[in-house]
Design a protein around this ligand. Structure first.
Ligand SMILES: Cc1cc2nc3c(=O)[nH]c(=O)nc-3n(C[C@H](O)[C@H](O)[C@H](O)COP(=O)(O)O)c2cc1C
Length: 221
């Protein structure tokens, strides 16, 4: 077997990163409402043109507690929770059905910020999913019908053929919500806001839910 180059060499060098510390996060800066605080950070990430500010990594776990994760786009944020859309036959949806809890992580390196949310999940109603689906570009709607997310396929041409088939099927008419596609909502029970600081002494604040109240705790980094 040929000797491989040290795979961690580059990573090690990159890990000797400059200090964090563009800005501080004070308890007095935080909104009493963590959803408002998250919206504020999403707005600030959008203002600095962070790449995909609404992208979050969603972690789920199987019935046996085996974790998996993937990136998704947050599509709605309000006092009811965080909404994203996906295929209901996908691995994530299967896991969320067996074990209805999730964690989502946002990372905005431009601002040296991270937010982690944890909570129980539930499916959105068909009406709500339909309303969102109707607002999507036609190409994305057809793409949803054409792809059975997570199925093993022979090649790219399978997707192209399915796309052409659904395009023919729906013609110029409205495209209905696919039966196995829709939204999920995470109802948060915990938020954590992280701001990078000097000497790795970062600012971390957790919001922990007590009924309708949120307690804010500072955590050691
Ligand atoms: C930036 C970005 C955004 C994505 N947004 C979504 C999304 O909103 N919904 C979705 O189903 N997949 C989205 N994906 C694809 C998922 O990461 C993933 O590949 C897919 O949902 C299958 O995941 P699963 O097999 O874990 O269920 C996105 C990927 C990236 C990189």
């Amino acid at each position: 077997m040929s000797r491989s180059k040290n795979p961690s060499g580059g990573a090690e060098k990159r890990q000797r990163r400059e200090e964090y510390g563009q800005r501080a996060l004070l308890k007095s800066d935080l909104s009493a409402n963590p959803t408002e605080q998250l919206q504020l950070w999403l707005d600030e990430a959008s203002e600095v043109s962070a790449s995909e500010p609404y992208a979050m990594v969603l972690a789920t776990a199987s019935r046996l507690g085996r974790p998996s994760s993937r990136t998704l786009l947050l599509k709605a944020l309000d006092d009811e929770g965080l909404t994203f859309y996906t295929h209901y036959n996908s691995r994530k949806s299967r896991e969320l059905t067996e074990n209805p809890f999730a964690s989502a992580t946002f990372l905005w390196m431009e601002l040296e910020r991270q937010v982690i949310i944890e909570g129980a999940v539930s499916r959105l109603s068909k009406e709500k999913s339909s309303r969102y689906f109707a607002s999507r570009p036609r190409g994305a709607q057809l793409g949803c019908w054409a792809s059975e997310q997570d199925q093993v396929i022979e090649g790219r041409e399978v997707l192209d053929a399915r796309y052409a088939e659904v395009e023919r099927r729906f013609g110029d008419g409205d495209i209905p919500l696919p039966p196995s596609w829709g939204g999920w909502r995470i109802v948060p029970s915990r938020f954590e806001f992280w701001q990078g600081r000097q000497h790795r002494l970062h600012d971390r604040f957790a919001y922990v839910r007590h009924g309708s109240e949120w307690e804010i705790q500072r955590l050691a980094p």
